[in-house]
Write a protein that binds this ligand. Structure first.
Ligand SMILES: Nc1ncnc2c1ncn2[C@@H]1O[C@H](COP(=O)(O)OP(=O)(O)OP(=O)(O)O)[C@@H](O)[C@H]1O
Length: 499
C-alpha cells in the first residue's frame, strides 16, 4: 500500500539553455550580404595567426620545411646525410667560435624549443591552476604569453597581464610559477603598464669568483659615479656610485664584505695615488681588515674609542666647512673645487654607533655619522658602512644611505630592512645567497626600481700586496707561503703520550 501519496512538484529542469550566436538570428539576405566581409575577416585572422607562428618559430619552421623537402624529394639517405652535415657544421662552429655560435644559432634554437615545449605548451594550465586566469560570465580572461628569450642560465618571458591585475599578484605566485616551469626561481619585473617580464632562473652565472682586474694607471679614468667593483649576473660591470651617495653594505660574517671594500680601494687606486681621493678608515676589530693595507688610508683607526670619534667629528666639521665655502659658488663638489673627494670606510659600523659601552662616545659617534650622512653628499664626502646586523636598534638612519647592498643574510626580514619593502618580492632574495658564493650581493639604489644581482671582485692578499706597491712605489713582496707539515702518527696513550 502507498503510504504518502501527496503530489510533489518536479524539480525544475536544471540545464542551461543553449545560447545561439547573435548573427544566427539575422535574416537570410543580411547573412548573404555580410558573407564576403566575414570571409575577409576570417582570412585576415588565419593570416595573422600564421604570421604569428612564423614570427615566433622561424628556425623551427625552416628546419621542418627543409627536412620535409629533403625527405620526400631526395629520400631518407640524403635526409640523414644532410642532417648529420648540419649537426657537424654547428658542432665545428661551436668548437671554433662558441660566442658567435651561441649568439646566432644556439640561443635561437633554445628560445624556440623552450617557448614551444615549456611555456606555450603549459601556459593555459599553469595560469588556471595559479589563479592568474579569470572566468567571468562564461568568458576566460587569460594573461598573454609574449616574447620568450632563453639565455641558457635564465629564460626571459614577457607577459601581458589581464585587466585589473597587479604585478604584486604575480610576485605572490612567483615561487609556484618557478616550480611549474621547472626553474630554480622566478623574478617579476615591470616593463611598462600591463607588461611584465618574468625571469625564470636555471643556474647561477655568478658561481665562479671573479678576479680583480689590473690596477689602472690613469686617474682621469676614475669616475666616482661609476666605480667598477664587480660583475652583474648579466655579464655587465657592476658600477657603484660614490659621488652624491652613501653606501651601506650588510652581510653575515664571511659574506665577502672585505672583498667589496678592497674592490672599491683597487678601483680608486689611481685617484688615491694622485691625491684626488682621500680615504679614511675605522676598523673596530683591531685592524684585522683595514690593517691589511693601511697605505690606502689617509688616516686609519683600529678601535671604536675616542680616536675613532675624533676622526668622525673632524669629518663632520669638514662637511660643514666645505658646505660654507661652496655657498654661493657651487651647488656640489666637483674635482675643480680644489678639495679631494673624501671616502670614510667603517668596517663594522655597529661597533662604533651601537656596541660602544661608553654612552658619551656612542652618542658623539652617532651624531657625527648622522651629520656626515645627511649633509655629506653635496660637499663630496661619502660613507661606506659595513655591517652585520641591520636592525633599527643598531642603525636607525639606514634611509640616509641611498645605495644599499645586501650580501648573504640570515633571514628574509633582514633583506627587507636593508633593501626596503617589496624589493625581496621582486626577486632580491639575499637570504638565499649560498655560503659557497661569497661576494655575491643584491644592490639597490634609491630611485631605481629594480635591484641588481652581482658578484664583487675577489681581492686576495696578492692583490692587496700589488695595491700597496702601486700606491707606495715599493716592490710588492709576495706573501710567505707556509709549508704544511703532516701530523705525526698517533702515539698510543698507554705507551706514554698522545698526538
Ligand atoms: N668576491 C669574492 N669572491 C670569492 N671569494 C670571496 C669573495 N669575497 C670574499 N671571498 C672569500 O670569502 C671569505 C670571507 O670573506 P670576507 O672576510 O671578505 O668576509 P666578511 O664578510 O668581511 O667577513 P667578516 O665580517 O667576518 O670579516 C674569504 O675566505 C674570502 O676569500
Amino acid at each position: 500500500m502507498v503510504r504518502d501519496s501527496r503530489w510533489v512538484d518536479p524539480a525544475p529542469l536544471e540545464v542551461s539553455r543553449p545560447r545561439l550566436p547573435w548573427w544566427t538570428m539575422l535574416p537570410g539576405w543580411v547573412k548573404l550580404v555580410l558573407s564576403p566581409v566575414a570571409a575577409v575577416v576570417l582570412l585576415g585572422w588565419v593570416g595573422y595567426q600564421l604570421g604569428r607562428v612564423m614570427y615566433r618559430y622561424p628556425l623551427m619552421l625552416c628546419l621542418l620545411a627543409a627536412g620535409w623537402w629533403s625527405y620526400s624529394g631526395l629520400g631518407p639517405w640524403w635526409f640523414g646525410t644532410l642532417l648529420a652535415g648540419l649537426l657537424a657544421v654547428v658542432w665545428v662552429w661551436w668548437w671554433r667560435h662558441p660566442s658567435s655560435c651561441e649568439r646566432f644559432a644556439l640561443r635561437w634554437a633554445r628560445t624556440e624549443t623552450r617557448r614551444f615545449f615549456v611555456y606555450a605548451y603549459d601556459w593555459r594550465t599553469v595560469m588556471r591552476l595559479s589563479d592568474l586566469a579569470k572566468d567571468k560570465r562564461g568568458r576566460e580572461y587569460r594573461p598573454k604569453l609574449g616574447r620568450v628569450r632563453a639565455e641558457g642560465w635564465r629564460d626571459l618571458v614577457r607577459v601581458q597581464m589581464v585587466k585589473g591585475q597587479a604585478p604584486e599578484q604575480w610576485e605572490l605566485h612567483a615561487s609556484g610559477l618557478a616550480h611549474s616551469f621547472n626553474a630554480q626561481s622566478c623574478r617579476v619585473r615591470v616593463v611598462k603598464p600591463r607588461r611584465l617580464e618574468l625571469d625564470f632562473i636555471h643556474s647561477d652565472p655568478l658561481s665562479c669568483s671573479i678576479p680583480v682586474p689590473a690596477l689602472a694607471e690613469d686617474a682621469a679614468g676614475v669616475d666616482l659615479r661609476r666605480v667598477v667593483i664587480g660583475r652583474t649576473e648579466t655579464g655587465k660591470p657592476l658600477r657603484l656610485r660614490l659621488l652624491g651617495t652613501h653606501v651601506l653594505t650588510v652581510g653575515v660574517s664571511g659574506a665577502g664584505k672585505g672583498s667589496l671594500l678592497w674592490a672599491v680601494a683597487c678601483a680608486l687606486a689611481p685617484a688615491i695615488k694622485a691625491g684626488q681621493v682621500k680615504v679614511f678608515g675605522i676598523d673596530p676589530k683591531g685592524g684585522m681588515e683595514l690593517g691589511q693595507a693601511p697605505e690606502v688610508f689617509e688616516q686609519v683607526v683600529y678601535d671604536n674609542g675616542s680616536r675613532a670619534v675624533t676622526l668622525l667629528e673632524w669629518l663632520a666639521q669638514e662637511v660643514k666647512r666645505r658646505a660654507e665655502s661652496y655657498r654661493g659658488r657651487r651647488r656640489a663638489w666637483t674635482p675643480e673645487s680644489g678639495d679631494p673627494f673624501l671616502l670614510l670606510v667603517v668596517d663594522e659600523l655597529a661597533d662604533v654607533i651601537a656596541y660602544q659601552t661608553d654612552r658619551n662616545l656612542r652618542d658623539r659617534a652617532t651624531r657625527a655619522v648622522q651629520a656626515i650622512t645627511s649633509q655629506g653628499r653635496a660637499p663630496g664626502v661619502c660613507v661606506l658602512g659595513l655591517l652585520q646586523d641591520p636592525r633599527k636598534e643598531i642603525i636607525a638612519f639606514r634611509h640616509l644611505f641611498s645605495t644599499r647592498i645586501a650580501m648573504r643574510l640570515d633571514e628574509p626580514a633582514q633583506v627587507d630592512m636593508v633593501l626596503g619593502d617589496g624589493v625581496r618580492q621582486r626577486g632580491a632574495a639575499a637570504h638565499e645567497i649560498s655560503e659557497h658564493t661569497p661576494g655575491v650581493a643584491w644592490v639597490k639604489e634609491d630611485g631605481k626600481r629594480e635591484p641588481v644581482r652581482a658578484r664583487v671582485f675577489h681581492v686576495t692578499d696578492d692583490h692587496l700586496g700589488q695595491l700597496v706597491a702601486y700606491l707606495t712605489g715599493r716592490v710588492a713582496i709576495p706573501p710567505v707561503s707556509a709549508e704544511v707539515v703532516a701530523f705525526p702518527d698517533r702515539v698510543d696513550e698507554r705507551s706514554g703520550g698522545a698526538a
